[in-house]
Write a protein that binds this ligand. Sequence first.
Ligand code: CA
Length: 231
Amino acid sequence: MARILIIEDEPKIASLLSDYLGHAGYEPIIAETGGGGLAVLQQQGADVVLLDLMLPDMDGLEVCKQIRAASDTPVIMVTARVEEVDRLVGLELGADDYICKPFSPREVVARVKALLRRVAALQVDSQDKADLSGLTLDEDRIEARYRGQSITLTVVEFALLKTLAERPGHIRSRQQLIDRIYNDNRVVSDRTVDSHIKKLRRKLADTFPNVEFIHSIYGAGYRFELTDNED
Ligand code: CA
């Protein structure tokens, strides 16, 4: 049964959502604060997070950022302001969907269902690709292995490659990569990411000149997709 974490400080809205999601066959959990929601997520996990943007203790944007830094759990942002949505999308927070208040609970259930379907499809997809790719990432030795050859990477390069390869075909923005790799809130510029990626790609290309691993997507970020022209 998919577990849906509702981070919402208005009790009426929270219990309404909880009722509808429960009736639809999901397991709803309510957290009334951002901090409480993050704690639930860490301890029990969730399949989808419904995240209200205006919370008493923390900005919903910050909550989303912290969720993203720790996991790929899909997030649906709930906002009372339609005009916010463009801004939210522009922030590249990695939220998967947006719902504006006031909403119909039925619509929320439909969105959750659609999102879970999308995630399931993606997982099947990436498993297939991971099996096909033949790339092995050895965490202990900080090495990437492919076609019987190994490449020693720096810790940052290894983390970048691993983060991208975890979801083949999936674009990661520079900010998402930064959030994943540096969890000490230090300020890291996009250029730093670009320069690490550049070195990583050079190392890979030196050993495998006919294989492409990392693609850069103009204006969006990077995507892992293994294209082998060796044969
Ligand atoms: Ca609120």
